[in-house]
Design a protein around this ligand. Structure first.
Ligand SMILES: *[C@@H]1O[C@H](CO)[C@@H](O)[C@H](O)[C@H]1NC(C)=O
Ligand SMILES: *[C@@H]1O[C@H](CO)[C@@H](O)[C@H](O)[C@H]1NC(C)=O
Ligand SMILES: *[C@@H]1O[C@H](CO)[C@@H](O)[C@H](O)[C@H]1NC(C)=O
Ligand SMILES: [Zn+2]
Length: 592
């Protein structure tokens, strides 16, 4: 019990031994005047008065301690009050090495000693094993299904089982139980991680369908109270310029039909007044696609809110909205683009994504510290991305043990942003000389690289299609950052929590589905009932696919072969080493 020691220690020990205090105490208790200076009473009389007063005070003191003890029990123990808040944070694609990378970068940038850590470093409690049902290397869809449904499924599955049945999610069950719910991300809100909490489709690429489901066009109706992120293009009809939908459905209109307030820019976000002016349900889509990388966004703060700002507003609004409820809220916050920086092998973009996540992590910790409702935050990754190493052998000679954060600090733009600007520039068909000037400029100003080689410039001029990878590689080589893939890896990832006692089930090394188990168990919600409801209500539901063919409500099923069979895949090496580059050549058939 934390309260008792300071209380006893702060009590002056001389209090009861002072005769004058005893006399005045006596007067207060009996209502008689004190007899100071008379000296008429016997020693025995005073001793009895003293003992009596001492007994009264000791009893009062004991009662006070008991009350304090009980109150602190009520605050600390989940069992004594039913109301709970749960914040689940996902650092998409962040493996342990992302932390080493970012920590060293931070120390370099701040001129700080080796002891300086990220906030998140101080809250690690365990590790998660990440494989999916179909592969030793998961994608974000199977990864998030392990969290939302607490079950393994195949890469590409959005909260559906390997046999293409829907599995109820913790968010859906929380909503049914009376909690309020929210999703805050920096990618498209229709991307795999957020989708897995409030949608069910057989193929993650069905983002148009996911958008419809997330606003309430599916068997359960609306289940999300707040959504902040990007992905606006999937909500706008194809008659709109910035639409990326295949059809002419107006999903913003559908959202409004389900009651949503819709906002789409920074000004409207600021009008939410930190959350106190937010009207539920709320749909805030601040970018057509992904919100820009933090390394670029920080210079565009007037256009896009940051992850920690969105998190703060969501926490404030959800907390106020549930103030008089006996249920709290479930909020999922994703640092979505740590993963993208890994896919791009761009270490400069990545460290800023991780720092932004650390800031959002701190925002959640601060909220939980101050909030009266008992709550917990658990943070983990779905997988590692890039096979990142804070080491790189650049030559055949044995390497020196060195890694340099400096080149990351020099870069003022992401490789993604520079390559997009380069592509836009080329669209104007500039002269060769102008192109060269542009490329050299992007290297020196955008990346802060002062020692570029002629080959590096020539390659960017010759092969603009891979400019993104080339820019990122220029930083990676100079910093001696290593990457083994543009995809994901099978590395275990860290688990963090605001409270290792409440999250004790996740201390140590766990399967990713156990993270899902924790979420539903902590909230005490019935996810199986949601699964049954989805199956029953969805049975007869038919929808149209993009070609106008009738399909089930969860969309088309991936073709055999597109979906690897777990055991076969594990057992068989099919000669990929020789075959694959012949099949696919260069480029991205990206499944993030
Ligand atoms: C827009 O969607 C409709 C179906 O909703 C389709 O018939 C039409 O071809 C689409 N237009 C474009 C430009 O894709
Ligand atoms: C980074 O910038 C500093 C200061 O402008 C410069 O001295 C250094 O050479 C740059 N690093 C690289 C890799 O070009
Ligand atoms: C829809 O049509 C496209 C192009 O004709 C085809 O590639 C795709 O496989 C079809 N999709 C389905 C689900 O049948
Ligand atoms: Zn990914």
């Amino acid at each position: 019990m934390p309260g008792d020691r300071p209380l006893l220690a702060s009590r002056p020990s001389s209090e009861l031994s002072n005769d004058r205090d005893i006399e005045e105490e006596d007067a207060l208790l009996t209502g008689k005047p004190t007899h100071r200076g008379h000296g008429a009473r016997s020693w025995k009389f005073w001793r009895e008065v003293g003992l009596f007063v001492w007994a009264v005070m000791a009893t009062t003191f004991a009662i006070a301690i008991a009350v304090v003890f009980q109150q602190s029990q009520t605050n600390d123990s989940p069992s004594m009050s039913g109301k709970k808040n749960l914040v689940f944070m996902v650092s998409d694609g962040m493996g342990p090495t992302s932390l080493s990378l970012t920590r060293s970068f931070l120390q370099f940038q701040n001129g700080a000693p080796w002891s300086e850590q990220l906030v998140i470093d101080q809250h690690m409690i365990g590790q998660s094993r990440t494989r999916s049902s179909s592969s030793l290397i998961t994608d974000s869809a199977a990864g998030a299904t392990a969290f939302s449904c607490a079950s393994k499924s195949y890469n590409g599955a959005i909260s559906v089982t390997p046999d293409h049945e829907p599995c109820g999610t913790v968010l859906e069950a929380a909503k049914k139980a009376g909690y309020m719910t929210g999703l805050v991300v920096t990618t498209r809100i229709t991307d795999a991680t957020p989708a897995c909490f409030a949608a069910h489709v057989n193929m993650r690429s069905e983002e148009d369908r996911i958008a419809e489901q997330m606003v309430g066009e599916y068997p359960l109706g609306r289940v999300v109270d707040l959504m902040f992120g990007g992905g606006r293009c999937h909500f706008l009809p194809n008659s709109t310029d910035s639409s990326c939908r295949a059809d002419n459905k107006d999903v913003v209109g559908l959202a409004k039909k389900h009651g949503f307030s819709y906002i789409s820019d920074r000004k409207a976000f600021d009008n939410l007044k930190g959350g106190s002016g937010l009207e539920f349900p709320m749909l805030g889509l601040f970018a057509d696609g992904d919100i820009p990388y933090e390394i670029d966004r920080r210079n565009e703060n007037d256009i896009y809110p940051s992850l920690h700002e969105m998190t703060q507003v969501a926490l404030t609004a959800l907390s106020e909205a549930t103030r008089d409820s006996d249920k709290g809220f479930f909020l999922m916050v994703e640092g979505s683009r740590i993963d993208h920086a890994g896919h791009h092998n761009d270490p400069a973009a990545q460290v800023h994504e991780v720092l932004a996540y650390d800031k959002a992590f701190t925002t959640v910790l601060d909220f939980l510290k101050k909030d009266k409702t008992q709550g917990v935050m658990v943070s983990t990754s779905d997988h590692e991305t890039g096979g990142l190493a804070t080491a790189r052998q650049l030559h055949t000679s044995y390497p020196q043990y060195l890694w340099y954060p400096g080149p990351l600090a020099n870069a003022s733009h992401s490789a993604e942003r520079l390559s997009v600007e380069y592509a836009k520039y080329l669209a104007n068909e500039p002269s060769d000389a102008a192109k060269t000037t542009f490329v050299v400029d992007s290297i020196t100003n955008g990346l802060g690289i002062e020692d570029h080689s002629d080959d590096e410039v020539t390659n960017l001029l010759k092969d603009p299609d891979t400019a993104l990878y080339q820019y990122a590689d220029m930083i990676s080589r100079r910093s001696q950052t290593g990457w083994s893939t543009h995809g994901h890896s099978a590395a275990d990832v860290n688990i963090y929590s605001s409270d290792p006692k409440i999250a004790s089930a996740l201390v140590g090394n766990h399967e990713n589905t156990e993270v899902g188990d924790f979420l539903r168990n902590y909230l005490g919600v019935d996810v199986e009932a949601v699964t049954e409801e989805l199956k029953a209500k969805g049975k007869e539901l038919k929808t149209l696919d993009v070609n106008g063919t009738e399909v089930g409500w969860m969309g088309p099923v991936p073709a055999e072969g597109q979906r690897l069979d777990g055991q076969t895949h594990l057992a068989t090496y099919g000669g990929d080493f020789k075959k694959r580059h012949l099949l696919h050549g260069r480029g991205c058939d990206c499944q993030h």
